[in-house]
Design a protein around this ligand. Structure first.
Ligand code: RIB
Length: 336
């Protein structure tokens, strides 16, 4: 039978709590008592298990990471950043894939609580109602990553989505486009709404009109559906450019346009958002707005770990984005 804390306590003639204090170093114990406890441990061959050590510390050295879609390499890159920062600081990561699904977010938040994680890195894809969220997160150190969490006051790390939308519009306008569609818009998500807002403000300023908007989600199917709907307008040159709110939407749209015999970029330009790994390998290589997912993960983990160590005030970190010009955008056919 493995030696327990109770055995050590009996052998040293102290309480189990005192043994725990010696193990954790959290409470002062006299040098004489601490030496007695250590001697008992050596005599009995006691090896503290990770669980026992963590319980004594009041910590599981574990953080939960919620992401909406592990198959999207944007979130895989984000998770890499989180993992590297956590491992470096002796923390483990429990990865939860929520599938853009509200019930699953609730389920995983409850699960993480019941597993006594020290904190949560929360990239939401279908945020629960503010009151539910406040209840689920009460007393739990949380950092919102990539997406805002309405109604709760937590630190956050995200990209400058509005600036990204603006940069996408400026790029298309500089190529002479005057009629565009924004696809994959989900106005319930701040990231999506901000990208749209940044784009529309710039577009309206330059053309006096708003671009067409097609509602959707951050996946390929959404891009494919939008492109199918846009084919007649593209053929009629009523739409010469598409701003996809993420790269998966852009790739879905380009596939449908190719199948319909519509040339990208000469009949219709396409610009995405993310610059995930597949963007540069797409056909044609995708012009996009780059956000650094790995850095976002690293910064978010560092913010949470700082919080866990009892330092640092609440902070909102906004990371810069950057236009990456490849071959999916070109001069508007109407401008030629
Ligand atoms: O590709 C996934 C998208 O969802 C990214 O743009 C990310 O910012 C998230 O909101």
């Amino acid at each position: 039978m493995p030696v327990s804390i109770a055995d050590v306590a009996q052998c040293a003639g102290v309480s189990r709590t005192t043994v725990s204090h010696v193990l954790s170093g959290n409470r002062p114990v006299s040098e004489e008592v601490a030496n007695r406890v250590r001697a008992a441990m050596t005599e009995l061959g006691y090896v503290p298990s990770r669980t026992a050590r963590n319980l004594a510390r009041g910590s599981t050295q574990t953080v939960g990471l919620l992401v909406p879609d592990i198959s999207n390499s944007f979130f895989a890159d984000l998770a890499k950043g989180v993992e590297a920062a956590c491992i470096e600081n002796g923390f483990n990561v429990l990865l939860c894939n929520t599938g853009w699904n509200r019930e699953r977010e609730v389920f995983y938040l409850e699960t993480l609580r019941s597993r006594a994680v020290d904190g949560v890195l929360y990239a939401s894809g279908a945020t629960p109602a503010a009151s539910t969220l406040a209840e689920l997160l009460a007393g739990l150190p949380v950092v919102a990553v990539d997406e805002a969490l309405p109604g709760v006051t937590v630190s956050s790390v995200s990209s400058d989505n509005r600036q990204g939308g603006r940069a996408a519009a400026e790029h298309l306008l500089s190529l002479g486009h005057r009629s565009a569609a924004v696809i994959g818009v989900n106005s319930e998500l701040a990231s999506s709404a901000e990208r749209l807002d940044g784009f529309q403000r710039q577009w309206k300023k330059a053309t006096g009109q708003r671009a067409m908007v097609i509602e959707g989600s951050f996946d390929e199917d959404s891009g494919a559906r939008a492109a199918r709907d846009l084919i007649p307008a593209i053929r009629a040159r009523e739409v010469t450019a598409i701003f996809a709110t993420n790269d998966l939407n852009a790739l879905g749209a380009m596939t449908i346009l190719r199948e319909a015999g519509i040339g990208v970029p000469h009949e219709c330009s396409v610009i995405g958002f993310d610059d995930f790994i597949a963007a540069r390998h797409a056909f044609p290589p995708l012009t996009t707005i780059r956000q650094d997912a790995t850095l976002m993960g690293t910064k978010a983990a560092q913010a949470l770990l700082t919080q866990l160590s009892g330092e640092g005030a609440r902070r909102h970190t906004v990371l810069p984005v950057e236009l990456v010009v490849r071959s999916s955008t070109a001069e508007s056919p109407s401008a030629q």
